[in-house]
Structure formats: C-alpha cells, structure tokens
Design a protein around this ligand. Structure first.
Ligand SMILES: Cc1ncc(COP(=O)(O)O)c(C=O)c1O
Length: 443
C-alpha cells in the first residue's frame, strides 16, 4: 500500500498554510486540492502533515517521467552549478543547441527542422502563431471548440472554455476562427467517431471557404487529444484530412502537444499514432520534467521566417531547464517507459470501460493510451453534464489519498494523468479509490 493518511485531509499544517495563502496570494491561481506539498518522488506526493498520496495529476501532465527522477535532478544541479542564467541572446551555450537538435530529431516529419525554446506552453503557442503569420504573410488562425491553449492573450483567444479562462478578460485577439472539434459523445445526431469526423471536417472546410478564405489563413491549431477539454481524441482520419487540406492551401498546421507530448498517450507524441507530421509542434509540460521550459519545433523554412530578434526572450531555453529536458529525453530513449505507459493505458482503459457499464453516471469513458478520462452525466439519455459528480469524486479521491483532476468544458470530467513511472500495483490502488468515489455518487 502506497497511500498512507496520518490526519484527516487537509491536515492541520495544510490548513494553516491555506489561511496564509488566502491572505497573501491572489485569488486567481486555482488549487485542485487543499493539501500543501512537502515532497514528491515517482508517483507519490507527501504533504506537510506527513500524508502520502498517489498522484494521478503529475503536476497537470508534467511529471510524466516521475517526480524528481534522479537523472533529471542530477543534470539540473550540475547545470546550475556551472551557470544558472546568462541568456541565450547574450552568450549562447551548448545545452540549448543540443536540446534543439534532439527535439528536431524526435518530432515527426522527414525534412529539415529547427526549434525555438521558450518558458511556458502559452508562450510556445504565441510564438507558433507569430511564426506561422510571418511565414505565410496571412493573418487568420483557425482553432477548435473545447480547445485549451493557455492564458496569454492569443492563447486565451484560441481557448474555448469561457469560465474561468476568458470571462471578463476581453477584448480578444482578432482574426481567430473556431471550428467544431470531433467530440463524438456530444455531437448531435451521431456518436460514431468516423461519421462525426467527416461531418466536422465538412464544417471546417465550410468555415474556411465561406467565412475566411483558405488563402487568408495562416494557421490551423489543434490538440490531437483535447487536454483541458476532457481528453477527447481527434480521430486519426480527421487529423489526416486536416494535414492534407493545410498542405494543399499552404496553411501552417500546428499540433499543440503540450499536454499530449512526452509519452502521455503511449507514444512520444500523439501525432505519431495518426501518422501525421504537423508543420509546427508546441511542446511544454513533460519536456522539462518540472522545470519551466517549452518549445516550438517544426519545418526549418517555417521556423526561420521571423527575423533575428523577432522571437525569443530573456529566459527561453535557460541552461538548467535545458539540462533537465535533455535528461528527460534520455529517460524516454530506450522505449521502456513508453512500453510501460502503453501497458498502463490498457489497464486504465479496461477499468474505465467497466465503470461505464456499471455506473449510470459515467456517460463516456475515452482517451488515447494512458491519457484517459470519464465524463459524468445526470442521465444517460439526455447526457446532461454533471459537474458536481466530478467535483465530489475528486474530493473523495484526495480525502482518501489520491490526487485527481477534473476537466472538460462543463467541468464534468475526471482525467487520469499519473506519472508514467507509476507501478501497476500503485495504479490499481489509486483506481480502487476512484471507483469507490464513483460508486458513492448519487443524484
Ligand atoms: C494543450 C495545452 N496547450 C497549452 C497549455 C498552456 O501551457 P502553460 O500552462 O504552460 O502556459 C496547456 C496547459 O494546460 C495545454 O494543456
């Protein structure tokens, strides 16, 4: 047994810290749990009261290679001892170049590629759009319903969910258009993924033809699996058709793999499973194993469109974060972590499918590889989103030693994001807690 609770949750020290947090920290940052962290290793989080939790959140899909893997900690410490920051814009260093080389080799696509390193997912999205606009000389950007791309102005404009991400923050950026995402469970008329894929692609082409003009469109940005939107995979057929359409019309296809990347779906990147190579890929989260680093990687001619000094920043590709990211990539190198991730995916899929048959409140169970989720509804037929059910299950989880996150446009989804180093026994222990929480959900 990994879970060990010494106090009721939250414990007394967490409560005291929360009181201080409420006085000193702005309201904006959200907490999925009320417990304060003391340390984290592998798939285990220990709080300040000595309670041990199984982590099904991984810092929102960051600690894919586990919390504080020894190799990452060692590489970051050694890099920090050499230099914490000098600025790639001032005196370049090898770690940035080596990480760019490794990322170019790792992302799908045959031709020459280049990379730009930045600090956060939102910053990667901003830069991908800037690069696509300069490269094409066009302005329009097409995104999808239920998408999440970050909290800066362009990234927020591209994001779908109004509360809490957009409400009151307008006006938003111009020249952003939204097409339907093939979310089969919530598509009117059919939940057959292939039919929904075809109908959504038709809506996408209609939007471009009737409202924007393909020759005015700089970029199309899509998450291969919706992250914050509730872990809905886009059918491979949809992604392939987008790829063909963008190639035909000279539009830059951006795959936002910030949440799906680094093994989260069982392959290094989700696009691999659809057999497509985007023109640009945005990466963050799992890349640095916890250190803030993000990247835009893609076709060299596209990446080279901005002039010198047009993109970049003070901290982008910080040497400590680069060293950590290189160590993370090494952990994925021999394929065993990915094989383990796929095995976890099989186990999770079987459990979630079983819940869908047994619990009427579980309307949908879905995902790709180990990136899986359940969607709660008040009734199977009407599919009315049941936000409180997801909230109650998440609360049951942390009170019983599992850190789990909600998601979805209607906040009625529980998503599973365990560190991919979690053992099968730990996973089963955590899933048992989750199942007990779902079993308790009553209207
Ligand atoms: C798909 C996707 N894109 C972009 C972002 C924004 O990343 P960040 O929070 O690092 O700015 C996220 C964060 O959750 C994400 O899931």
């Amino acid at each position: 047994m990994t879970i060990k609770l010494k106090t009721a949750v939250p414990g007394p020290k967490s409560r005291k810290l929360m009181a201080r947090r409420l006085r000193a920290v702005a309201r904006g940052p959200f907490h999925a749990t009320p417990v304060f962290l003391a340390r984290a290793r592998g798939a285990v989080i220990e709080d300040v009261d000595g309670n041990r939790f199984l982590d099904f959140a991984a810092g929102i899909g960051v600690a894919n290679a586990g919390h504080a893997p020894a190799a990452v900690v060692k590489a970051a410490a050694a890099a920090a001892a050499r230099c914490v920051h000098a600025g790639f814009n001032v005196t370049p260093y090898e770690g940035y170049v080596e990480l760019a080389e490794k990322l170019c080799a790792a992302v799908p696509g045959r031709g020459p590629k280049k990379a730009l390193l930045v600090n956060s997912g939102a910053e990667a999205v901003e830069n991908a759009v800037k690069i696509a606009r300069v490269f094409t000389g066009r302005q329009a950007v097409v995104c999808f319903d239920h998408g999440f791309h970050g909290r800066t102005y362009m990234a927020m404009t591209l994001t779908s969910k109004v509360k809490p991400y957009k409400s009151g923050f307008g006006p938003f950026n111009p020249e952003v258009y939204r097409a339907p995402f093939p979310y089969a469970y919530r598509w009117p008329g059919s939940n057959d993924p292939e039919r929904v894929s075809a109908e959504c692609f038709r809506a996408f082409t209609d939007l471009l033809t009737s409202q924007i003009g393909p020759d005015q469109t700089a970029a199309v940005i899509i998450e291969p699996v919706l992250g914050e939107g509730g872990f809905v995979p886009a059918p491979a057929s949809f992604l392939r058709k987008l790829r063909e359409y963008c190639t035909k019309h000279g539009i830059v296809l951006i795959a936002d793999e910030i949440q799906t990347g680094f093994g989260r779906t069982g392959t290094l990147f989700a696009c691999e499973q659809a057999g497509i190579a985007p023109d640009l890929m945005t990466l963050a989260k799992g890349l640095g194993g916890g250190l803030p680093i993000a990247a835009v990687v893609g076709r060299a001619e596209v990446m080279d469109a901005p002039s010198e000094g047009g993109v970049g920043g003070t901290y982008g590709g910080n040497p400590v974060a680069c060293a950590a990211a290189l160590a993370v990539l090494k952990l994925f190198q021999d394929g065993s972590l990915l094989a383990h991730a796929r095995a976890l995916g099989g186990i999770i899929e079987r459990r979630l499918t079983d819940w869908q048959t047994r619990f009427p409140c579980v309307g949908d169970a879905r995902g790709l590889g180990p990136m899986r989720a359940v969607e709660f509804v008040r009734d199977r037929a009407g599919k009315e989103p049941w936000r409180e059910a997801a909230g109650r299950v998440a609360k049951h989880c942390y009170e019983h030693g599992v850190i789990a996150l909600t998601a979805g446009t209607y906040s009625n989804v529980i998503r599973l994001l365990p560190p991919l180093v979690i053992t099968e026994a730990q996973l089963a222990e955590g899933l048992d807690v989750l199942e007990a929480g779902i079993a308790e959900v009553r209207p």
